[in-house]
Design a protein around this ligand. Structure first.
Ligand code: ATP
Length: 270
């Protein structure tokens, strides 16, 4: 089957209320929502609307979710692709894919382009002698920079990129007029974990008196994605024994299972 060039979602349902915690980051991206909704308000004094923002933070902290919520709040189409998809691509495909993506997004403007794992294409140039596909990656990166530089003043496409490795990115990406805004998306603290639990417990049949504070205290270091995964696991564990509701013990069993997974993950990387 033919690989899809990128994803296009013209009716994003995600809004800020789906994003728990991340108050600072939400405040910062609210500005992008305003740029998309009321561009004239911002350009009237001769200012130029920013073209790009970079979401920086550990895996699973809600960067994709937040970018999608910007599109949902502004009611604009969401075009997305992942930098890691480029890794196995044939010569010449990366740059043309970027070109097509921007062409579509401009036709449907105002719109958002989201590039997940931008580090896969945006690593500092000429520092990866091991990789044979370096030229292809550089072509893709150059095309991305060319597209962003080519935006006219009234294009109204905003490019949001995400990475957990801002330190390895090519500095050219961060230059003024490109991804010149960095927004940090961190692991949740206790009260933020509570808020994330509230979101992901909502669809579950919970045993009465289930203590969210307790669950939040049992999960230091968990990302939002880990908590979403935990709630789902707990529901499956409870269902396996035909329970009518998900109980505290199911969550504790799920915590054990997920911490086991996290430990394997960190052994892999250490
Ligand atoms: P990665 O860097 O691995 O791509 P990410 O930061 O983009 O991760 P998301 O893909 O947005 O993380 O998060 C995965 C899922 O975890 C979300 O779809 C959501 O279900 C849950 N999640 C993560 N963060 C939050 C949050 N702050 N509030 C609610 N749910 C969250």
């Amino acid at each position: 089957s033919k690989a899809k060039l990128f994803d296009e979602n013209t009716e994003v349902k995600t809004t800020f209320k789906d994003v728990a915690g991340l108050e600072g980051a939400k405040e910062e991206v609210q500005e992008i929502v305003d740029f998309l909704k009321f561009p004239e308000k911002y350009t009237t004094l001769g200012g130029k609307i920013p073209k790009g923002a970079l979401l920086v933070g550990p895996p699973g902290t809600g960067k994709t979710l937040l970018a999608k919520a910007v599109a949902g709040e502004a009611k604009v189409p969401f075009f997305s692709l992942s930098g890691s998809d480029f890794v196995e691509m044939f010569v010449g495909v990366g740059a043309s894919r970027v070109r097509d993506l921007f062409k579509q997004a401009k036709e449907k403007s105002p719109s958002i382009i989201f590039i997940d794992e931008i580090d896969a294409i945006g690593r500092a140039r000429g520092k990866n002698a091991m990789s044979g596909s370096n030229d292809e990656r550089e072509n893709t990166l150059n095309q991305l920079l060319t597209e962003m530089d080519g935006f006219g003043t009234n294009t109204n496409v905003i490019v949001i990129a995400a990475t957990n490795r801002a330190d390895i990115l090519d500095k050219a990406l961060m230059r003024a007029g490109r991804f010149d805004r960095q927004i940090f998306v961190d692991l949740p603290n206790l009260s933020e974990r509570k808020a994330i639990f509230e979101v992901h417990l909502r669809p579950l049949k919970k045993a009465p008196g289930l203590d969210i504070e307790f669950l939040s205290k049992q999960t230091p270091g968990f990302s939002g994605a880990d908590i979403a995964n935990l709630c789902n696991e707990a529901a499956l564990i409870a269902a396996r024994t035909n329970k009518k509701a998900v109980e505290k013990q199911d969550f504790l069993d799920a915590v054990d299972r997920i911490i086991g997974g996290l430990e394997r993950r960190s052994n892999l990387f250490s």
